[in-house]
Design a protein. Structure first.
Lengths: 201, 201
DNA sequence: CTCAATTTGTACTGATCGGTACAAAGAGTC
DNA sequence: GACTCTTTGTACCGATCAGTACAAATTGAG
């Protein structure tokens, strides 16, 4: 009882999320979690009776809610699709601290045999659907909008991987700028057919 | 001594690589490694006196060598850049089994505090440099070639993440087709400026 | 205050971790 | 067969894991 306790559930969840993000599910040991939250095991298991798995599930749900409110809903509901799209880019850059932070969803997506597959799937498909909706509203044909959304949602994950591998936030920011251009210009989408110089398999 | 031993080092490394790929560095426990290789702890530590870390380092070196020979060198040295590029796509699709397998380099890139940062950095930058070289040879200006290479190398990682999250190899194959088009068409590269509808920050 | 309910620290559990020690088993040479 | 030298299985090590038990401390209501 020496440390922090009466600050509500959210800051605790935030601290836990940070541990998961930095160390992954496995290495997020209880000792790390107690250290990061300032809570003893007793308190932690009092907050999360189902232990580590519940912590991770709630962290993922928290992330999902944040993206839903901050990004997906604006993308789907704004009448100015460009505003929603630019807001997505800004919020994404801010959330991932210009690529210095990692996407916990992406990290856990690579882990086999976690019980969070459903949550992870929902996160990515919600994002993709929301972005495709905005792209369609901005004038792109539905098919091209879907393709661009898939490109950008996956591309953001890849940019985070590469930026982290090279410890270079510039990579992430450059990719984000490139995605902005891709959405703004009509030419980059699904062109006719694969050109002759690359025989599509 | 009941099981396999006289097959050389390579198949053992391959089995170890598979464990690392499926479970990550942490969850790749010695018990899993002994099970996958059919070797006891004694044999494993006889092959790899420095234990798990040496195993991982050799696996990464093995991967690097494979990509170097199969993809990077052809990209850099072929006189027909399109042939090298198409070979890259085909080899990549084959290596990752159309997106069903994960990139161990990308997975470990997301892990903090592994001692493999140098190897991982080299893998990605070698790939990017080789691809940019081929793109440049195919007629793109150097700057655009660099940008496209960064887009595609990171994009492949993202495609693997998303394909794995959704258990949908189609995502990976669609992204790869999209990258083929990006390289083949001149229009998708670095255009003039960010358009007015998206005020670049 | 009193008393019940909640929150907390801590000592424990059994399991598993990576790694070591070492003797038995194999293989090669003579 | 007798002698090395390498390869192998297995018993063990201390450390750490997630999780539990539980009593002391705290809180809140009356």
């Amino acid at each position: 009882m020496t440390t922090s306790s009466r600050r509500g559930r959210d800051p605790v969840l935030q601290a836990i999320a940070e541990v998961f993000r930095r160390h992954g599910y496995e290495r997020a040991s209880l000792s790390r979690l107690t250290a990061a939250t300032g809570l003893g095991k007793g308190s932690l298991y009092n907050f999360f009776p189902h232990g580590k798995e519940q912590m991770a599930a709630e962290v993922l749900a928290h992330i999902q809610r944040w993206f839903e409110a901050e990004i997906f809903v604006p993308l789907k509901e704004t009448e100015d699709p460009w505003a929603g799209i630019e807001r997505m880019f800004r919020s994404t850059e801010q959330y991932f601290q210009s690529g210095q932070k990692i996407c916990l969803m992406g990290l856990m997506a690579l882990d086999e045999e976690t019980p969070f597959g459903t949550q992870i799937r929902a996160y990515f498909s919600d994002w993709q659907i929301a972005l495709a909706s905005a792209a369609h509203k901005s004038g792109k044909p539905q098919e091209e909008a879907n393709d661009l959304a898939e490109e950008i949602v996956s591309g953001i994950q890849g940019a985070l991987v590469l930026a982290h591998a090279q410890s270079d936030a510039g990579i992430f920011l450059r990719r984000m700028q490139s995605f902005r251009r891709r959405l703004a210009f009509p030419c980059g989408g699904l062109q006719s057919e694969t050109p002759g110089c690359l025989q599509g398999r």
